[in-house]
Each structure stands twice: as C-alpha cells, then as structure tokens.
Design a protein around this ligand. Structure first.
Ligand code: ADP
Ligand code: MG
Length: 309
C-alpha cells in the first residue's frame, strides 16, 4: 500500500503547484518522523491535513534540523514534536534529554549545600568506594548503604555515622558520596568543613549574623561535619556554636555525620576537654560528646593514604 506521504507527493505532481511550494512539501514529507506520524494518525487526520498544516510541518523539520546541526533552535533546550490537533497537524515543544538531565543536576545541586569543602567531593559516588578487601571499609560501606536505604523507610530514629581513621583514607570522600546519594533521593544535605566553619563564625561576630548562620545549618535534614577535631577550638565555638547545633539536632532527631582523625574517646579526652587557651574543661567535653554519641554511630575506617605525599 502506498504511504500517506508518497500519495501526497504524487498528488503534488498533478497539481499546478509552484516549484518552491513543491520543494517545501517534499522536504517536509521526506522526514522520517513526519512519515511515521502521518502513518500512525492516518485514520484521524483530515484529508487536507497536510496542505492545511504545511507551515507546521515545515516548522517541525526546520527546527529539528537546527538542533541536529547544533544551531540554536527557536526555543533553546526544547525540541519539536508533531501532535494531532482537531484533525490537523500541530507542533508542540518538549524539553530535550539534555535539558531534563541538566534540570535534574541543578535540583540535586540545590539540595546539597557544601561549605568550604574540596571540589572533588561534589562528584564522589558510592559506586567508586573501593574496599581493598579490607573488612573495615566493607563494614563502613555497609553502614552507609544501610543508612541511605533506611532513612526514608522507617519512622524510627537512625543515627548518622561518625567516621574516624587516619589522614587521607577517604573519610571526606565517603561523606560526600553519601551526601550525593541522599540528595538524589530528594533529601537536603549540608556538608561543611568544621574547622573552616569555626573560623567563619568567629569572623561573623562583627556582622551580627552568627545566629542566622547557625540557624540555617542546624535545621538541615542531614548535616555532615567534616574533620572535627582537626583544629583546636575555643570554648565559644565548642559550646555556643557546636553545642547549640548538636543540641537542636538531638532534640529534633536529625541525623548528623562526622569525620575525624580521632575516635570518639580521643576526641573527648584530647580535643574537646582542652580549649585553645589550654584550660581543662572535661565536663563541657562530656556534654558535647553525649550529643555526638546520640546523633551518630562510631565507625572505624582504615585504608591507604590516597593523598599525594
Ligand atoms: P580523608 O578525609 O580520610 O583525609 P579524603 O576523603 O580527603 O581522605 O581522601 C583523600 C584523597 O583521595 C582525596 O583526593 C579524595 O578525592 C581521594 N579519594 C578518596 N576515596 C576515593 C575513592 N573511593 N575514589 C576516588 N578517590 C578517592
Ligand atoms: Mg577529610
């Protein structure tokens, strides 16, 4: 059986149409999308549909070829699609695959707030987390996957992870990978390098906006404090910044992740107990540690130092 587009071409040959008009019709009817649209909708189309809709068919093929040739289309980021409209042919526009992907990527980026974090953490992925046949790494990865899996599932409280181990083994990378996975699942995550954040808070005192900044951070669904214990803290940072954030999160059951070179016990005894002026404040340290212990589960991580020596 003759195709719709072929019979239309034959009809044009018999008509006394101008060359230009004839060329236009041929050009439109040679397009494979046009051909399959006509075939699929031949029962519903008006018998003059092609003639009456010629300008739309023409628009469709020219826009399509602009996109194919990498030129700017009339609506950048969108591609034309033929649709049936009252027995005639119309063109509608839908976002291209690239547009949909970049929107998804943007939404993802909006869900993750990374403050003072290294750039490569943005692309960290749980798929790339190597295990080196090392049981502590396997255990840590299992814990991370369990958290991601169960976070939305249960109404039960799930603590975050407190990852500790030596320098350069990928603790920050793993936190980033967990953050990216959670954001993909639609969760708001804030990740910050704690020592730099502490300095920023100190510098914000003069601007009177410490409370606003602390507020925004403490309320994030998931908070990740990277490298806690790397720099000595003032009592103010420990009690009025860290303490306030952790207190809020404990009361509101908001999981919190940490990474540190210290185990929880060492963090308490060797870091939080002594402020940056050398004063011994074990009770204050105990209070902070109680909150950290509530909010997260301690996980030892081992492995090779990946940083260039
Ligand atoms: P830590 O926080 O334990 O000191 P990092 O997470 O900063 O270690 O990791 C050290 C370096 O190794 C970083 O440059 C990081 O991007 C890289 N890295 C760590 N784990 C991986 C991984 N699984 N795949 C690729 N790169 C990794
Ligand atoms: Mg780190």
């Amino acid at each position: 059986m003759e195709s719709v587009s072929q019979s239309m071409k034959n009809m044009m040959g018999k008509l006394n149409a101008s060359d230009r008009y004839r060329k236009l019709v041929h050009h439109a009817l040679d397009d494979s999308d046009v051909q399959s649209f006509l075939e699929q909708n031949k029962q519903s189309l008006d018998k003059d549909a092609i003639v009456k809709s010629l300008s739309n068919l023409y628009e469709f093929v020219t826009e399509k070829s602009k996109i194919k040739n990498g030129q700017n289309s009339t609506i950048p980021g969108y591609e034309p699609k033929l649709v049936l409209n009252n027995h005639l042919i119309d063109v509608s526009y839908r976002p291209t695959k690239e547009t949909i992907n970049s929107r998804k990527q943007k939404q993802l980026q909006n869900r993750i707030k990374m403050l003072m974090m290294p750039k490569d953490v943005k692309h960290a992925s749980l798929h790339d987390f190597d295990m080196d046949e090392n049981s502590s790494r396997l255990n840590v990865l299992e814990q991370a996957l369990n958290f991601v899996k169960n976070y939305h599932k249960t109404n039960q409280w799930i603590p975050g992870l407190y990852l500790y181990g030596s320098f350069g083994i990928g603790k920050t990378y793993l936190l980033g990978a967990i953050a990216n996975k959670l954001a993909e699942n639609g969760v708001d995550v804030t990740m910050l390098h704690f020592p730099s954040f502490a300095v920023e808070m100190k510098n914000s005192i003069g601007n009177n906006n410490v409370a606003d900044k602390v507020d925004a951070i403490k309320k994030s669904s998931i908070l990740m404090l990277d490298d806690i214990g790397a720099d000595s803290m003032s009592s103010w940072v420990r009690d009025d910044i860290l303490g306030v954030i952790l207190e809020w999160r404990m009361q509101n059951h908001l999981p919190t992740f940490f990474s540190s070179n210290f185990s929880m016990e060492k963090l308490e005894k060797e870091h939080l107990s002594v402020n940056n002026r050398g004063d011994d404040e074990p009770l204050k340290a105990k209070r902070i540690m109680q909150r950290i212990r509530f909010l997260s589960k301690e996980c030892l991580m081992t492995g090779d130092n990946r940083r260039p020596q």
